[in-house]
Ligand binder design. Structure first.
Ligand code: 26Y
Length: 815
């Protein structure tokens, strides 16, 4: 990571910042406004990216397959430091802003997070773009430029309150509008058949309303390699002639109304992580992204190859980030057939060989379905195409399994039980040449469960791509202390070759190295304690164990298990049973979907427990608890370097992969977790001695489910009884009796899908092992170092290489 400073570069950057500050923004120094300084620095860096961007486009190799990564979410966070790191200009930028009597951190704090995603899936897309650019792969991200990103979370009396996130209010210096590539997207109307001039039977979409799609490009810089890729985000706007037509007809207000209707499409990100809403506007967003992006891709194809689409699938791979953009499959069919005159078979062969689909969840409530009636009224021509795809597909099924009507019903793209529904995941499978899960267990569960029939039909289509995270943001940038220590120990080069962290393994035995690692961790804990003090008003002592769980709030992630353990600890201290306890600061954070009552109750519970614990002086030496408000990408950049213990508590078989787990590991936290998602691979990489494992396995969970009796579990466990008693007695809800009744009822119900109480004992025992391990400081440090050393596999560079090798650039394609 060592800075290779080009002579004069520092002065050039300082001049550029001053020029933008004074000339582009028209400010003088007297104002001392940090925001303008941020903008000036961003513009100066952007200038340096633009030439590389042009060169990257110019060097596009036509013999190489290009990839479009289609995603409704890109959770990119801040861009300034990422640009600095990529361009290797941090020291120069520090000097440039010092001329304004400002430090770089203050300037960076002026940037708002681009919160264009909910959680894991959206952040994964952002990490992938970083790896693609760093590996110089021709990958373009396509997404939506939401006017309002993920809501801002506030806590009022311990309850979550949502505030709109107008992240673009002060402008976005990183984006370029590209008006010459505006597209037109249609909704409504009807499909009709007609005979064309050559007497061929064709289809067209008539009487539709159209909306403009305006692209905004964000640069995606590779790490010190001169590559700059593109993230193209679409904004919706009303068509001019629509406006004008209404205006001439004298109905100005109707014209304004049409404009707001059109713009509504890209107004707001749906904050429902993993729970299907079935809202028409959401379908509009999906189709808007699909149609605009495919038109954009086809325009490039046409410019290079004309109307000959024979090689299209060799030229492009279209990667679907979950089912959200899967309407792209029938849309490509429509464009090829209706707009470009291809026949069904040719269009289908191209489509099927172009798309690849990634599944990110096993939760039934997150599997997208669309009412056939709604879909047909909004996208009538696409419904026809899907029905045709389904008819052909079911013929294939019946050829394979003659007479197996039950299988046909199971596999149909349309669920006919009740109000007919389109099964988007099945459409994704049928219309793609590759289907992947995001961790080994997840892929296995998919092929044995949800997608079993499809796996039997096309076993070769299915593959696993275990997730990863970008070591640029999640180590080099967020943990400069550790990065410097690694630089000094291994030399540079590890940031793009993360397996080299393995070379740290023998250093775990070196007391001097352990001490330096400890110093870095302590500094990071101080920084995290500062964040907690500022945003929660709770004092965390960096000498105590920092125990952290940050992620979306969801029952399957079992923040409740964490709370039960906190209450158990509280109870022990009050009973004077402190033998062997490690003094802990427990931090939780995350957003609940606004309509998810149980998740919101869990937030309130954490806050109430925190209030009781923190107010009791007897607990001060043993336990502090805080809930970090408005958890986002930028928070994680401070949280993961400062954690000692990473809580990964999902019910086995429910978390597809997890990626927060990888960020903590990379930064030298030890995991306490279940055998779920990528935890399993983390455990394999680091070894059982360096991972606190607990809980039922996925198989055990399913075996236990039919005769699960939480009351028996409680009866057999004194600690759990006391914990539940404290909850039931209203000890944590004195002012609002009964507010946790629903939480208690859910946990103690035999139908509890998450089986929280089933894992309580095993979890508490694992926590005791954590305490014991903490007391042997040298041993603990050894574990931390070994976690970082074993984290190389979880670089998204490795993941992206695998996507490249097996999916995007696969040789001798069975495609
Ligand atoms: C249909 C809609 C309501 C919906 C919106 C967002 C459905 C799902 C989602 C988000 C899913 C998601 O974030 N899944 C996560 O993907 C990560 C990246 O692969 C995984 O690490 C994580 O385990 C999984 O929960």
């Amino acid at each position: 990571m060592s800075a290779v400073n080009v002579p004069g570069e520092g002065q050039a950057l300082a001049d550029a910042v001053a020029r933008h500050y004074h000339l582009t923004l028209g400010k003088d120094r007297a104002g001392g406004d940090h925001h303008y300084l941020y903008e000036a620095l961003a513009l100066a860096l952007r200038d340096r990216l633009v030439g590389r961007w042009r060169r990257t486009r110019g060097q596009a190799d036509d013999s190489r397959r290009r990839v479009a990564y289609l995603s409704l979410e890109f959770l990119i966070g801040r861009s300034l430091h990422n640009a600095l790191l990529s361009l290797d200009l941090e020291a120069e930028a520090r000097e440039a802003v010092a001329a304004f009597a400002c430090d770089l951190e203050t300037v960076e704090a002026e940037e708002r997070d681009a919160g264009l995603g909910n959680g894991g899936l959206g952040r994964l897309a952002a990490c992938f773009l970083d790896s693609c650019a760093t590996l110089a792969l021709p990958v373009t991200g396509y997404g939506i430029r939401y006017e309002y990103g993920m809501f801002q979370q506030q806590l009022r009396d311990g309850y979550q309150v949502e505030n709109p996130d107008r992240w673009l209010r002060d402008g976005n210096p990183w984006e370029f509008e590209v008006p010459e590539r505006i597209r037109r997207v249609h909704f409504g109307g009807r499909a009709e058949g007609y005979r064309d001039d050559h007497g061929r039977w064709r289809h067209r979409w008539v009487d539709a309303q159209s909306v403009l799609a305006i692209p905004f490009d964000m640069p995606v810089p590779g790490y010190r390699n001169g590559t700059v890729n593109t993230l193209r985000l679409w904004r919706a706007a009303a068509t001019e002639e629509f406006d004008l037509g209404e205006f001439n007809a004298g109905s100005y207000t109707d014209a304004v109304d049409a404009k707001t209707q059109a713009e509504k499409i890209t107004m707001v990100l749906y904050p429902n992580d993993q729970s299907e809403a079935g809202k028409e506007l959401r379908l509009r967003q999906q189709y808007f992204l699909a149609s605009a992006s495919l038109q954009d891709i086809l325009a490039d194809w046409l410019a290079a190859h004309g109307e000959d689409f024979t090689g299209f699938a060799d030229g492009y791979c279209l990667q679907l980030n979950d089912t959200h953009p899967t309407v792209s499959i029938p849309e490509l069919m429509r464009l090829l057939m209706d707009e470009h005159g291809l026949g069904w078979d040719a269009a289908w062969a191209i489509t099927r060989e172009s798309f690849a689909y990634t599944n990110h969840t096993l939760l039934p409530e997150a599997l997208e379905t669309w009412s056939v009636a709604l879909f047909g009224s909004l996208l009538p021509r696409l419904l026809e195409i899907i029905q045709e795809i389904n008819a052909c597909f079911l013929t294939e099924v019946s050829r394979q399994w003659p007479g197996d009507v039950d299988r046909e019903r199971r596999m149909s793209l349309i669920d006919e039980a009740g109000d007919p529904q389109l099964r988007m995941a099945y459409l994704g499978i049928v219309g793609s040449f590759s289907v992947n899960g995001v961790a080994a267990l997840h892929t296995r569960l998919l092929t044995r469960g949800l997608f079993r029939d499809f796996h039997e039909l096309w076993p070769a289509k299915f593959n696993n791509k275990t997730n990863g995270v970008t070591p640029r943001r999640w180590l080099a940038y967020c943990n400069p202390g550790l990065a410097a220590l690694i630089d000094e120990t291994l030399g540079d080069g590890w940031v793009c070759d993360l397996e080299r962290l393995r070379e740290l393994t023998p250093r775990a035995e070196d007391p001097a190295f352990r001490e330096r690692f400890a110093t870095v961790k302590f500094d990071n804990k101080r920084r995290l304690a500062g964040l907690v003090a500022d945003s929660c008003g709770v004092a965390f002592d960096p000498a105590m164990l920092f125990d952290v769980q940050v992620k979306r709030i969801h029952e399957y992630k079992r923040q409740l298990l964490n709370v039960l353990h906190i209450i158990h600890r509280y109870d022990r201290v009050l009973r004077g049973d402190t033998a062997g306890l490690a003094p802990r600061c427990v931090l939780l954070g995350g957003k609940a979907a606004p309509g998810y009552a149980m998740a919101k109750a869990i937030i309130k519970l954490v806050n109430n427990v925190a209030a009781v614990v923190n107010d009791d002086p007897r607990l001060a030496p043993w336990l502090r608890v805080a809930f970090l408000p408005d958890y986002k990408v930028t928070s994680m950049e401070v949280v993961c370097p400062g954690a000692d213990l990473s809580e990964q508590l999902s019910t086995a078989g429910k978390e597809a992969s997890g990626t927060g787990n990888m960020k903590f590991m990379m930064n030298g936290a030890v995991t306490i977790g279940t055998l779920d998602g990528a935890n399993i691979e983390i455990l394999e990489a680091v070894g059982e001695d360096n991972f606190f494992l607990f809980g039922l396995t996925a198989e055990e969970v399913e075996a236990r489910r039919p005769n699960y009796r939480p009351r028996d579990v409680v009866a057999a466990d004194d600690d759990l009884q006391r914990v539940l008693q404290l909850l039931e007695s209203g000890h944590f809800s004195l002012l609002e009796p009964g507010i946790f009744d629903a939480v208690l009822a859910a946990m103690t119900s035999p139908a509890d899908p998450w089986m929280t109480l089933a894992d309580f004992r095993s979890y508490v025992d694992a926590q005791h092992r954590v305490d014991a391990a903490w007391h042997d400081r040298e041993d603990w440090l050894r574990r931390c170092i070994l976690n970082t050393a074993a984290s190389g596999r979880f670089s998204s560079d490795r993941t992206i290489r695998e996507y490249g090798r097996d999916i995007w650039f696969r040789k001798g394609a069975t495609r």
